[in-house]
Design a protein around this ligand. Sequence first.
Ligand SMILES: Cc1cc2nc3c(=O)[nH]c(=O)nc-3n(C[C@H](O)[C@H](O)[C@H](O)COP(=O)(O)OP(=O)(O)OC[C@H]3O[C@@H](n4cnc5c(N)ncnc54)[C@H](O)[C@@H]3O)c2cc1C
Ligand code: SF4
Ligand code: SF4
Ligand code: SF4
Length: 397
Amino acid sequence: MPELATPQTCTGCAACDNICPHSAITIKSDSEGFLMPVVSPDKCVECKLCEKACPIVNGKDLKHKHKDYVYAFWDNATRTKSSSGGAFSAVARQIIDRGGVVYGAAWLDNLQLCHIRCTDHQSLAAFRGSKYLQSAIGDTFRQVRSDLREGRMVLFTGTPCQVAGLRSFLFKPFENLVTIDIVCHGVPSNVLFGNYIAKLKESGSRYRDITGFQFRNLTRWGFALAAITKNHKRIPVTGVDNLYMEAFNKASTFRKSCYECRFNGTTRVGDITIADFWGLGRQGTPFNHDVSEGVSLVMANTPGGEELILGAKDCFIEKRSLEEAIKFNHNLVGSSRRPANRDGVIESFNNPDLSLKEINGRFHITPSGASATLKNLLIRSGLFWTAKSILNKLRKL
Ligand SMILES: Cc1cc2nc3c(=O)[nH]c(=O)nc-3n(C[C@H](O)[C@H](O)[C@H](O)COP(=O)(O)OP(=O)(O)OC[C@H]3O[C@@H](n4cnc5c(N)ncnc54)[C@H](O)[C@@H]3O)c2cc1C
Ligand code: SF4
Ligand code: SF4
Ligand code: SF4
């Protein structure tokens, strides 16, 4: 039997499943809900191709050379439809214009997240907006390979471990492939997210009909969880209902590999790296532009990546130092720390008998006190973003 990555190191990238010529590997949820490969001894012929394709087992160095500068970036057309500054869309648009194909993470109807393929401008909307859980790769690596062999230009976007999985699966570089990785805090599983949505629905009638979910405020820059009903009504998720995101911020719900991630750091696996430019201009060189609608942090790690960033039309772009980028983005240099309560928190989210309130009672995850109460009130009343913008202006005085 092949020796694949261990449960501690496996990222669930599915390169092994995509490469197996005998369909001997199935990606299944483990006891915590994380995607893991399972080898069927009846079908496996011991060719070991899966070991060669696994970016954890083969130990190949997939990282590009380090640069000492980054870009503050936004795309005028999609800045208020994107998580930070719309850097993803500015690159994706160029690929579609050249008759290419874009791969990214999108919701299925049942609120499960998976990677899909798209070839037109309208479909890019499904990729916009960060979804803070692990997207299932399915057979998209095989689809990418087939597009590349046909000579089409391909943009693949994902977490760094997914980009590493794809490049490792392909075995050789393709000139027509561009990859974007995101700076990555870590990922909970689709199973845990599904269980959270079930608890939310049980917690009150206003959530009963939800069919969609948003993690970010796309028009302004920041986090704003909202459940979306089938009539497209947006319900702000605050207080204990926001337990999923509070646990995410505290890194309590991640797969084991995220705590010792091999792909975080300033040397990157993607041609381009995108993130939020938190703390831009706060120290050192001032930044004299309004950031309230979002700013992307962009790293152009290869000449091809740099060409796409500098060639983006109708975009704001300014060179900044790597040092500034690192200051307020710890996942750019290292992994999230594993909290002592991680196993218990995951088990509780996956326990159908526990409500969000009961989980919070056990682990004290959501913040309490006057400022948390005020923030929740402002969010529910719709005044939060106005208050935040006034506060930011006062800070600059
Ligand atoms: C799980 C996760 C953790 C992150 N952690 C950090 C962090 O610690 N620090 C930081 O600065 N930024 C982090 N980001 C990145 C940040 O949220 C934005 O995605 C980034 O600023 C790009 O902004 P944009 O305006 O170009 O994005 P958008 O236009 O909103 O585009 C989103 C892009 O991200 C991809 N994407 C969305 N969700 C996922 C997913 N679950 N898995 C794989 N790809 C996905 C889409 O396919 C698309 O390419 C994280 C994102 C995710 C998904
Ligand atoms: S060793 Fe070969 S046949 Fe067996 S699971 Fe791996 S790729 Fe498939
Ligand atoms: S290829 Fe990816 S999913 Fe398969 S064992 Fe390696 S890390 Fe895990
Ligand atoms: S932290 Fe690392 S292992 Fe975890 S999802 Fe992100 S890139 Fe993958």
